[in-house]
Design a protein around this ligand. Structure first.
Ligand SMILES: [Zn+2]
Length: 477
């Protein structure tokens, strides 16, 4: 059964990157296209569906039904096939038009009511980060983490309390969203995380403790060119806006990371070298300025110990590896964290998210962000897939706040875990890196009888403290 599912997932391959490309300046339309949730009973069913659909919306075949976008010309054949299905979006273009009409009056201007009542443009998100900063300039700063291919700012917000003590080096938690342009809910959720950490600092002791002890950096829109394109042209655009050789556009940013980049894997979702594909991995690792900017920031901040990327949809909590079915060296920790996140999310609105390794839970991926952060940056890394029902990527706005609310406790728990695991205690000279200088500084503390040298906390300074220090030092803790 497990094997059969894997084969099925493998065969889905071709579907995801079959989406037709829009020429620059025009929008792809989806008049009369439906999204159907089909019950895939066999290989034959799947073959049929992939023939009829240019774009499978689900990430993999699901027991509860798998979402496919079906053009009007293929509906008769789908009905004739006998495959059980329900229509979940009766007309994709009508859903997009309704969304546009709803958003148009507010898209240019100031925000009425709550920011999270409806989806927001790139400009509005950027402005809102400044609003948050101005609420608590003592806790937040806004900065540019990089520029997109078309020169748009990748704006970031950093939240921490420099007055709270805990040493010059605190563990950094990096949260990124919207590598994939059409996943609008990811933009809202990442922005909400910043909002909550800032607004509830004074009233929620758990939030205060995290902001005091950690350094939180949030980048709501990693792919601003693609995001802007989904607002102005093609709503279902996924990649960035790289003009490729051959006239197509876009690199899938989440196949462009430098770890196992360009590695062909079973199942076409893993990435490929075809520029027209929706999972095109680019001309080289970090060929895209958007991925390179996040990489450079992460390499320049040795205190990054946690990374969380936010996507939609499917309600998954994914961890390494994406490139291999084998467990990572930290699989037990990842599994325990995944189970904890699942329970925390479930407790908010009773919605189940499925934790697991990307390769086996979702599908094989090479050149993904999570594997890079874990393997090359030695940070714990998760990727969350958010809500997509009803409407898939064109989610109704009343889903935004509940989705934000349920994810926040999991992110808070991730930050708490990071603080506990990486107190930077063996970084004796507080420069965020573990060098021989830390040994010298420790020795000085020890020789001076400083209580900070009582590393194992037994009240006496002896050789055992050296052993404990060395262990923590080697683990970067
Ligand atoms: Zn995504």
């Amino acid at each position: 059964m497990r094997h059969a599912l894997l084969v099925v997932a493998t065969l889905l391959a071709c579907s995801v990157h079959a989406q037709p490309l829009a020429p620059a300046g025009t929008g792809e339309r989806y008049d009369g296209h439906r999204v159907v949730r089909a019950t895939v009973r066999s290989q034959r069913d799947l073959d049929t569906l992939l023939r009829l659909s240019p774009d499978m919306w689900s990430h993999r075949v699901e027991a509860g039904g798998t979402d496919f976008r079906v053009p009007p010309g293929s509906m008769a054949a789908l009905r004739a096939s006998g495959i059980p299905f329900a229509v979940v979006v009766p007309d994709v273009q009508r859903a997009i038009d309704a969304e546009r009409a709803r958003l148009a009056p507010q898209a240019g201007g100031p925000i009425d009511g709550s920011f999270f009542d409806d989806f927001k443009t790139y400009a509005q998100v950027n402005a809102y980060l400044l609003t948050l900063r101005d609420l608590r300039p003592d806790l937040a700063e806004v900065f540019t983490i990089g520029a997109s291919l078309e020169g748009r700012e990748m704006r970031a917000i950093r939240i921490r309390n420099p007055q709270a003590g805990g040493g010059a080096c605190k563990p950094m938690v990096l949260l990124t969203g919207t590598q994939h342009a059409r996943e609008w809910i990811a933009t809202m959720v990442t922005t909400y995380l910043a909002d909550r950490f800032i607004r509830q600092y004074d009233t929620d002791p758990a939030i205060k403790a995290v902001v005091d002890a950690a350094d939180i950096v949030i980048v709501p829109i990693v792919n601003p060119d693609g995001y802007e394109w989904t607002w102005t042209n093609t709503r279902l655009w996924r990649k960035n806006r790289r003009p490729n050789a051959g006239g197509s556009f876009g690199v899938d940013l989440n196949r462009n990371w430098g770890f196992k980049w360009g590695l062909p894997l079973p199942g076409g979702n893993g990435g490929n070298a075809n520029p027209g594909s929706d999972v095109y991995w680019g001309t080289g690792p970090f060929s895209e300025p958007e991925t390179a900017a996040i990489r450079d920031f992460a390499l320049g901040k040795p205190q990054v110990r946690w990374h969380n990327d936010i996507h939609s949809y499917g309600q998954y909590l994914l961890y390494p590896w994406g490139w291999s079915p084998d467990p990572s060296p930290d699989d037990a920790d990842f599994a325990s964290l995944g189970a904890q996140f699942r329970a925390l999310i479930l407790a908010v609105h009773n919605l189940a998210y499925a934790p697991g390794r990307t390769y086996t839970r979702l599908y094989p991926v090479s050149g993904g962000i999570t594997d890079w952060f874990y393997a090359d940056r030695k940070a714990f890394a998760f990727l969350f897939e958010l809500r997509g029902s009803p409407g898939g990527f064109v989610l109704p706005p009343d889903q935004i706040i509940p989705n934000c609310e349920e994810v926040f406790p999991a992110i808070l728990a991730a930050a708490q875990w990071t603080i506990q695991r990486y107190p930077f205690r063996a970084d004796t000279d507080h420069d965020c890196v573990y060098t021989l200088a830390d040994f010298g500084a420790f020795q000085t503390l020890f020789a001076g009888g400083d209580p900070r040298a009582d590393f194992n906390g037994d009240g006496v300074l002896n050789l055992a403290d050296f052993g404990a220090f060395q262990t923590a030092w080697a683990l970067g803790r």
